[in-house]
Design a protein around this ligand. Structure first.
Ligand code: DON
Length: 311
């Protein structure tokens, strides 16, 4: 069933209004001090369908810290560089543990369960560094985001990156621990520097939904015709997003929303309705698993009203 542009626009506006009015907003992340300054009342939602219709509601043009959503794009880039050899370094099973957990690494000899938990994303960043010096690696990641989002104004929020660099001791522990198993090859401080900075990229819902379009359309941006990855790779990235994109909240997200999605502690979620749409939502308050509380509720309302669950 195709959704008309006007129906899509009215559903998105309705949901944005409903979410703005809700008192339950979750808790803004405070472990990265700079993120604690964000207004918990913010809410943005953008859906871009296969025809390129953009339906926007709320704070759709306010930049926020994409944090772990960047891991989808570093995974895409690293797969482009090293291909399926990547999976020797990182698994693709749900962890059932929090995003910053260290416990499985000892049992599994330093191989992170998947590329979306922090340990896995740090290992992916290390792979990107095997081809580039830190500054070039970061430039490559940022340019990739700008090209996908068709917006060269996207920047890294240096205050957020510096804030995490000062306080990211747990990520330091994960990286050093993986290095002790030989899973990280480059100097830990280089790997973490690039990781903290790509997490600190700031984007709007509109930019993020644009950047995610290739995942919704078999690896190609349907408007520009630009092929980003082969169809099989897009399918596989979506599969990992569905099973691992919300950490130990991934089952709940699949159950309620029914779409591949990737969250970040900045309160953003990128969700993919295959063949239909790319969706970005932002509400800074998080649930206990570190995923956007109202973001998930908004996506559940959207997929229910439009019949967009993949199941
Ligand atoms: O490494 C961290 O803790 C953050 N830069 C990213 C974590 C994150 O976004 C988890 N997502 N919900």
């Amino acid at each position: 069933m195709n959704t008309s542009a006007s129906r899509l626009e009215s559903v998105v506006r309705e949901i944005a209004e409903e979410m703005r009015a809700r008192p339950d907003r979750g808790e803004v992340a405070t472990y990265i001090p700079e993120l604690a300054r964000v207004d918990p009342g913010a809410f943005g939602l953008v859906v871009i369908d296969a025809d390129g219709t953009v339906a926007a509601g709320g704070d759709s043009d306010v930049p926020f810290s994409i944090q772990s959503i960047s891991k989808v794009f570093t995974l895409t880039l690293a797969l482009g560089m090293v291909g399926d050899r990547l999976w020797r370094r990182v698994g693709r099973e749900p962890s059932g543990s929090p995003f910053n957990s260290i416990v499985q690494l000892e049992y599994e000899r330093g191989i992170p369960r998947n590329p979306f938990i922090n340990a896995g994303a740090i290992a992916v960043t290390d792979l990107i560094l095997s081809r580039h010096k830190p500054r070039e690696a970061l430039g490559e990641i940022l340019r990739f985001m700008q090209v996908l989002a068709q917006d060269s104004s996207i920047v890294i929020d240096e205050a957020v990156a510096a804030s995490e660099q000062r306080t990211g001791f747990r990520n330091g522990a994960l990286a050093h621990y993986m290095k002790s198993f030989g899973v990280i090859e480059n100097p830990v401080e280089y790997v973490l520097g690039v990781y903290f900075h790509h997490c600190a990229i700031a984007m709007t819902c509109r930019q993020l939904a644009t950047a995610g379009r290739f995942l919704a359309h078999a690896g190609r941006d349907p408007t520009t015709g630009h092929s980003v990855v082969p169809p099989e790779r897009a399918r596989r990235i979506n599969a990992v997003m569905l099973t691992c994109g919300h950490y130990d909240g991934s089952g709940e997200f699949a159950y309620r929303v029914g779409l591949p999605g990737k969250s970040g502690v900045g309160g953003g979620i990128l969700a993919v309705a295959p063949g239909k749409a790319s969706i970005a939502v932002w509400s800074p308050g998080l649930d206990a698993a570190g995923n956007s509380h109202l973001g998930r509720i908004a996506l559940e309302a959207l997929t229910r009203r439009l019949g967009w669950s993949i199941f």
